[in-house]
Structure formats: structure tokens, C-alpha cells
Design a protein around this ligand. Structure first.
Ligand code: ADP
Ligand code: AMP
Length: 220
């Protein structure tokens, strides 16, 4: 069992690696960004509240994301471990999360901190597109589909771009990230949970590094 957190700036490859690691370890990924995008798409109450924050690159209020995590973490498929991608985003979320886990007899075992230079992030974000049908993520500079115009995973020919992957929103997402990340890194460093990942490297190189770390945990 291994409970993992992915920290890192937008575009650092967290979602890409989460889907690989989740498949390898047979554990689910919980991405607060993904959950929120679905809520927006469904025009739910949560979605209506979250939309303006997301479109301007600001954080959605803590109580909204904490509730999302709280409802998901007790699901039976999380019993053998989970990967949390995009949460916590600030120290308050981290503390609330630790208390929540403690109350159900769990804890975080590993925190990966994805590190990528800002100019590379911009290119990764501006090149990102995903399959509308299965959500597989591609990149027009770094990872095209094997057959042009068709998803490798489900063969759909429908793709989409994230509305928040535009220049001005990306700037504020990076600012928001820098404002809170140092404190988060210190918090997990102090608890001896932090592993820095050189996420500039290729997708297989990064997954290899993540696996090297998690394989030291029992039952992985
Ligand atoms: P995040 O979830 O951290 O925002 P993604 O996993 O969506 O990041 O990756 C951002 C973009 O960069 C995607 O288009 C993805 O295909 C691409 N990407 C991810 N990892 C790498 C890598 N190691 N090298 C090059 N491109 C990458
Ligand atoms: P992401 O998919 O992780 O890049 O997140 C996209 C957007 O969703 C962010 O810019 C925030 O507006 C919102 N979001 C995702 N996770 C959180 C979180 N843990 N706390 C607050 N807002 C979040």
C-alpha cells in the first residue's frame, strides 16, 4: 500500500505520470483539477462556483476541494493506496488532509515534487491537448498521437484544449503555484516525505524514477 502526493507546477507532467503509476500500482488517481473540470462541464453547483476561479487561474476555495477529497478518499478502491494529483495546493489544505487521513487511520507515505523550468512549462502547456472521449493527454511538441487525428487509447477523433491553458491564465496559475509551493515543500520536507523529481526528463525516465522510489514501500 502506498499513498502518494504529486506536487508540481501546471504542465510539469503530474497527470501524465499519475496515469502511468496508477496503472503500474493498480491504485486510483484523485485529481482535484479533473474532478472540478467535470463539475464545470456538468454545470453542477460546485462547477458553477468553481468556474470563475479556474478560468482566472486562482485557487478554488479550500472547503470545496477538501470536500471533494474527503468524499473520495474513503471509497473502497482507495484502500490499497492512492495518488493525489493537484492537492494540496496550500498549507491549510495539507494540514486538513493530514488530519483527515489520521482520523481514518491512514497517512501519506511519499510526496513527489516535480521540478521543471518555466520556459519548458509554457511550451508543454501551450502544446497540450487531450482526447475528448477518454481524456488521454497529448502534446503537439512532445507527444503526438501515433496515428494523426486518432487517440492511441480509444481511437476517437475528437480532441480538446483546456480553457485555462491560455497565456494570461497560465501566468496567474504559475504565480499562484509559486506563492504557496515553497511552504508546502518545507512542510513535507520536515516530515521526511519529499522526493524531488527532475521532471524535465522524458516520460519513461520520470516514471522509472517514481517506480524506483515507491517500490521500497511494502506490497508494491
Ligand atoms: P500536469 O498534470 O502537471 O499539468 P500534464 O501531465 O498534463 O501536466 O503534462 C503537460 C503536457 O506536457 C502534456 O501535453 C503532456 O503530454 C506533456 N508532457 C508530460 N510529461 C512530459 C515529459 N516528460 N516530456 C515532454 N512532455 C511531457
Ligand atoms: P489542475 O488541473 O491541477 O491544473 O487544476 C486546474 C484548476 O483547478 C486550478 O487552476 C484551480 O483553479 C483548481 N484547483 C485544482 N486543484 C485545486 C486545489 N487543490 N485547490 C484549489 N483549487 C484547485
Amino acid at each position: 500500500m502506498v499513498n502518494v502526493i504529486f506536487l508540481g507546477p501546471p504542465g510539469s507532467g503530474k497527470g501524465t505520470q499519475a496515469s502511468i503509476l496508477a496503472q503500474e500500482l493498480k491504485i486510483p488517481t484523485i485529481s482535484t483539477g479533473e474532478v472540478l473540470r467535470k463539475e464545470v462541464e456538468n454545470q453542477s453547483e460546485i462547477g458553477k462556483l468553481a468556474k470563475s476561479y479556474m478560468n482566472s487561474g486562482e485557487l478554488v476555495p479550500d472547503e470545496v476541494v477538501v470536500n471533494i477529497i474527503k468524499n473520495r478518499i474513503t471509497d473502497s478502491d482507495c484502500q490499497n493506496g492512492f495518488i493525489v494529483d493537484g492537492f494540496p495546493r496550500n498549507i491549510n489544505q495539507a494540514i486538513v488532509f493530514d488530519n483527515m487521513l489520521q482520523s481514518i487511520g491512514k497517512k501519506i507515505e511519499v510526496v513527489f515534487n516535480f521540478e521543471v523550468d518555466e520556459n519548458i512549462l509554457i511550451k508543454r502547456i501551450s502544446g497540450r491537448f487531450s482526447c475528448k472521449s477518454c481524456g488521454a493527454v497529448y502534446n503537439r511538441y512532445f507527444k503526438l498521437t501515433a496515428k494523426e487525428g486518432f487517440c492511441d487509447n480509444c481511437q476517437s477523433d475528437q480532441f480538446e484544449n483546456r480553457v485555462d491553458d491560455n497565456e494570461s491564465t497560465v501566468k496567474s496559475r504559475l504565480r499562484v503555484y509559486h506563492n504557496s509551493n515553497i511552504e508546502l515543500v518545507r512542510y513535507y520536507e520536515k516530515n521526511n516525505l519529499l522526493y524531488s523529481i527532475d521532471a524535465v526528463k522524458s516520460v519513461p525516465f520520470v516514471s522509472g524514477r517514481l517506480m524506483e522510489v515507491v517500490k521500497n514501500f511494502p506490497k508494491v
